[in-house]
Design a protein around this ligand. Structure first.
Ligand code: SF4
Length: 61
């Protein structure tokens, strides 16, 4: 499984990760992404790549 971390100090709430994730891992609440279904993460790192500020890390655990 994969451990997703969002650095909310960097996150600008542009919703790129929410829209790009093929597994619908993220919800968008109060103008920020939240990891709603982390257990569904595929480890593809699409969210890491689309985030313009490098706020997301994905690690295999
Ligand atoms: S690594 Fe892939 S499946 Fe996992 S949250 Fe990011 S975009 Fe979604």
């Amino acid at each position: 499984m994969f451990q997703i971390t969002i650095d909310y100090d960097k996150c600008q709430g542009d919703e790129e990760c929410v829209n790009a994730c093929p597994a619908q891992v993220y919800d968008f609440e109060d103008d920020k992404p939240v990891i709603a279904r982390g257990e569904d993460c595929l480890g593809c790192e699409t969210c890491v790549e689309v985030c313009p500020v490098g706020a997301i890390t994905v690690e295999e655990v």
